[in-house]
Design a protein around this ligand. Sequence first.
Ligand code: PHE
Length: 449
Amino acid sequence: MTSDGMHSDRGEWSSKLGFILAAAGSAIGLGNIWRFPYVTGQNGGAAFLILYLVCVLLLGLPLMVAELTIGRFSRRNPVGAFEAIKQGSWWKIVGYLGVLTGVCILSYYTVMAGYTIGYIVKTLVGNDTTFESFTSNAWLSLPLFLLFSVLTVLVVHGGVKNGIERWAKILMPVLLFLLVVLIIRSVTLEGAGRGLSFYFKPDFSKVTGKTLLAALGQAFFSLSLGMGAMITYGSYLSKKDNLVTSGCFVALFDTMIAVMAGLVIFPALFAMNMNPAEGPGLVFQVLPRIFPQLPGGNIVGAAFFLLLAIAALTSTISLLEVATAYLVDEKHWLRRKAVWIVAAVSFGLGLPSALSQGIVPALGDLPLPGGGSFLGFMDWLFANVMLAAGAILISIFFGWVWKMKSAAEEIRQGYPNVGKLLTAFDIMLRFVCPALILVVLIYLFISIG
Ligand code: PHE
């Protein structure tokens, strides 16, 4: 039962720690461990890392606090949240876009997540088929996709406290532990030093406009911003909790895990004389070639993919939760029914993505942005375009429509002495976020041509 007694069917996190782990679980995912290292590798290493950290701090953090505040104030899913703050306005369309984006990201993200489960077994038994032949095997990728979809449903089924929070509390510490083990293994390899200097010694001559754009896009995706996932998770926060410090912890953990993932990948990569700019296949193609060369390589490799699967699961549950919360809050569906139906829709939407990785060649070679495959196109459209569009709209809504003056009342509950920090967030949300994201969106559309 919530404290206001009005929406007693809604859940609430049992503690601030429970929320932080669940929200960090949403943020930490394939984005950190699969996407971050390959984007960093493609963009020159250390200089990209610094730009990324700046984006997280200046744009990600204010937007994170803005989403959490909108959520907790309204205690609603994204659609209901915009409606609660600005009744009868078209702003709730931003909420609908968020629900749609969540279901669509879930569709192809779960395909990738399914591969991680396959790779746990593949690495453990030392099977050395290539990534392409793995993904083009329909008898492997489709059942794994289905399996991961069902796992996600089973967790979200349990609701906020007994589903999402309980599993995040178990899974997140396991993930941290596995990462530390892998870092120790990686940095003690012979030749690891060159990887460390690639990762930590910046060469700013390599920085271009494209580097900045990549850093910004990666920051939104990685922090789960721009589609209302943090609005939804914020809606289950208690009024006693401090929104600013909670948001800071989530951003800090997310960034820490990404940086740690780089510490696993780059030293090992350089120790094996491999190319850091390999692209999206980096984790799936390069690492399995590295593991067999390590003592206990099969186990280390399987542990790595287990970690990737765990991180992906705590993200898919948040992607599913957004649409579920919408149906439960607004349409008064039973959670059980909402979860299965959304997951089924997302599974259907994900089929062309799953088939586009070698099973149906025509779906892998489309005249569309995002590298040509249907999955690449979905990632381009929803992770790049829609998250950026969502982020710009949310920052404008917060800064210019709801306004910091009203939002500050909500933030001060749980953080009475927030003070000057709000002025800084206000400036970021009103001017810096919209301007920078606009540049990114314009660039995205120019780059299609
Ligand atoms: N942040 C997740 C990751 O890094 C992906 C995600 C994006 C999850 C948007 C929810 C919402 O993998």
